[in-house]
Design a protein around this ligand. Structure first.
Ligand SMILES: [Mg+2]
Length: 207
């Protein structure tokens, strides 16, 4: 290995949303709108990237508190189980990235999910996407009670993986999140397309 080549990372950290699964809060907004008096765009604004979702995903609200607050804000009249089904059903697989993950596992590379998320989404994903069972570990914002790019949740990754710095290869579609990883010396891939990310993983020596 030449002096200019970085050592091969020994674990890969995957963001979930827009990396392995696409998502669209427009779907849940339209379905909740059908059960309430509100306009779908208004409901989407209450959910997508909202302070309410931030509280839920940073572990400061229970599922029931979130359900009650969304119901109160939107006029939604359904029961919790129906709400949970609607709220979770916003994901679509990104096949080439799921295949990339399978290739890494087949080569024995430890892989971790690192996601700003919530319990309703994770329950739905676990029940509907078999690939999701095949990671070495899972670090979720609602359990860590901190959200990317807060340094505290990156420290959780380092504890759980028993790795730091360039031993970690981290893939995320949000620039502020990868920047926070790069600031700790992690090797990072700012995910824009599967083709570019697969090439970057190969360049890191993992494929
Ligand atoms: Mg993402």
């Amino acid at each position: 290995m030449s002096k200019t080549t970085s050592p091969t990372p020994t674990a890969v950290i995957f963001d979930l949303g827009k990396v392995l699964l696409d998502f669209d809060y427009g779907i849940v907004a339209r379905r909740l709108a059908a059960h309430s008096g509100r306009d779908a765009e208004q409901i989407r604004g209450l959910l997508d990237q909202s302070p309410l979702l931030h509280r839920f995903e940073s572990g400061r609200m229970t599922n029931d508190e979130f359900f009650r607050e969304v119901s109160a804000l939107t006029g939604y009249t359904g029961v919790f189980e129906e709400f949970a089904d609607i709220f979770g059903d916003i994901f679509a697989p990104i096949a080439p990235m799921i295949d990339l993950h399978a290739q890494l596992r087949a080569r024995g590379v430890p892989t971790f999910i690192f996601s700003n998320t919530n319990d309703l989404a994770i329950r739905h994903i676990r029940a509907n996407f078999p690939f999701f069972a095949n990671f070495t570990g899972y670090i979720y914002s609602h359990e860590a009670r901190a959200m990317k790019p807060d340094a505290r949740i990156y420290e959780v990754i380092e504890q759980r993986t028993q790795r730091t710095g360039a031993a970690l290869l981290y893939v995320d579609d949000r620039k502020e999140n990868v920047d926070a990883g790069a600031a700790r010396g992690w090797r990072v891939v700012h995910h824009e397309t599967p083709e570019q990310t697969i090439a970057a993983v190969r360049a890191a020596g993992l494929l």
